[in-house]
Design a protein around this ligand. Structure first.
Ligand code: ADP
Ligand code: NA
Length: 344
């Protein structure tokens, strides 16, 4: 058994999609073989947008169970690893306050995701939305996780996490040593960004990422979609009139084609070059048929299992309760150390 610990989270905001699956959950599943993993349904992050957007208590409860069901359906073993929801372990919010006092305003002002998510009406964004990256740093560091599988969109937040860890370690270096805790308390967590589909784009517009909040249902494949819906969405996906190129270079100026090839590669678990070796010269109609078959083969068992689990609240809730209990033990130990180090 290794001591390397993985932490990652997914927001319970509904419409879990192929981007979340290929950019995050597939890697969560893989990492189980080699690491101790903690996978979190980050409900405290979900509430950073207006309540009209996150949907209120019933919707949050439903979405929390849906993400939990997706984790289990995709193959994460809740007996070997930890699946839980963030709000049940108070130490996330507690450490976030400490980190609010470590992080600098200038660091947060540089976060591009806040600018995107806040949009034009910035004065009306919640303080939580602004502070989101600090809470994310605390999610990771409260478990002193060393590896964080996330999509490319989260890379900047992970860099901030490292900056916070480093500043804490520097600011309190003397005390950390005096407590007999070595020369640093928090590790520098590393991103785990693997595979060809760390950024899955919208099926309607190859320049926008596939997203839960896109108003067009045809822009994304949801993890709950049945075979017919998957087939329809792939057949309607935007493409250009050219056949597939036989080399990756030929995809450079063709974002929609590149996206579909990337999705195929990720689902098949092979590099894009192999996919192009097979389909180079083919028309999109033919390629899309193969993509439909592959996507249905890989995704419908997950949708089926999610459906079964959505009827079994008792089981899903028990996974979250036991996961929270196990997570809390680790998080509480980290907070004892933080308080000793800081004199609290
Ligand atoms: P969203 O970004 O859809 O609101 P989350 O913030 O909950 O969803 O993201 C959950 C995980 O899914 C993160 O690791 C994120 O990087 C990944 N992810 C989200 N959208 C995509 C995408 N289009 N392509 C690849 N990964 C994605
Ligand atoms: Na995201």
């Amino acid at each position: 058994m290794t001591t390397q610990r993985v932490f990652s989270g997914v927001q319970p905001t509904g419409n879990l999609h192929l981007g979340n699956y290929l950019g995050a959950i597939v890697n969560f599943v893989k990492l189980q073989e080699t690491h101790n993993c903690i996978y979190c349904v980050v409900d405290l992050h979900a509430i950073t947008v207006p309540v009209t957007v996150w949907g209120g208590p019933d919707e949050l409860r439903r979405n929390t169970r849906e993400v939990t069901a997706a984790f289990i359906a995709a193959g994460i073993d809740p007996n070997k690893h930890i699946i839980f929801n963030q709000s049940q372990v108070a130490e996330h919010a507690e450490l976030a306050w400490v980190f609010n006092c470590v992080a600098r305003l200038g660091w947060l002002n540089r976060m591009t995701q806040f600018k995107e998510k806040a949009g034009k009406d910035r004065e009306n964004a919640s303080i939580g939305l602004y502070d989101y990256p600090v809470l994310m740093a605390s999610d990771i560091l409260v478990y002193r996780a060393t590896h964080v599988p996330v999509g490319e969109d989260q890379k900047q937040h992970l860099e901030l996490t490292r900056d916070i860890a480093q500043k804490f370690n520097n600011d309190f270096a003397e005390s950390i040593a005096a407590q007999g805790l070595g020369d640093s308390y928090f590790p520098m967590p590393e991103p785990v960004i693997t595979g060809p589909a760390t950024r899955v784009m919208s099926l309607r517009d190859g320049t926008k990422k596939m997203s839960k909040s896109d108003p067009s249902d045809y822009s994304r494949i949801n993890l709950t979609d049945d075979a017919d819906a998957i087939a329809q969405k792939i057949r309607k996906a935007k493409t250009d009139p050219e056949p597939l190129p036989s080399e990756e270079k030929g995809l450079e100026t063709r974002p929609e084609a590149d996206n579909l090839v990337g999705i195929y590669a990720a689902l098949a678990g092979k590099p894009k070059t192999d996919v192009l070796a097979e389909f180079g010269g083919a028309q999109f109609s033919a390629f899309k048929s193969s993509l439909v078959d592959l996507a249905v083969e890989k995704l419908s068992p997950i949708a089926g299992e999610m459906k079964r689990l959505s009827a079994d609240h008792g089981y899903v809730d028990s996974v979250l309760a036991s996961g929270s209990d196990r997570a809390r033990v680790i998080a509480a130990e980290t907070m004892v150390g933080v308080k000793d180090i800081m004199g609290m």
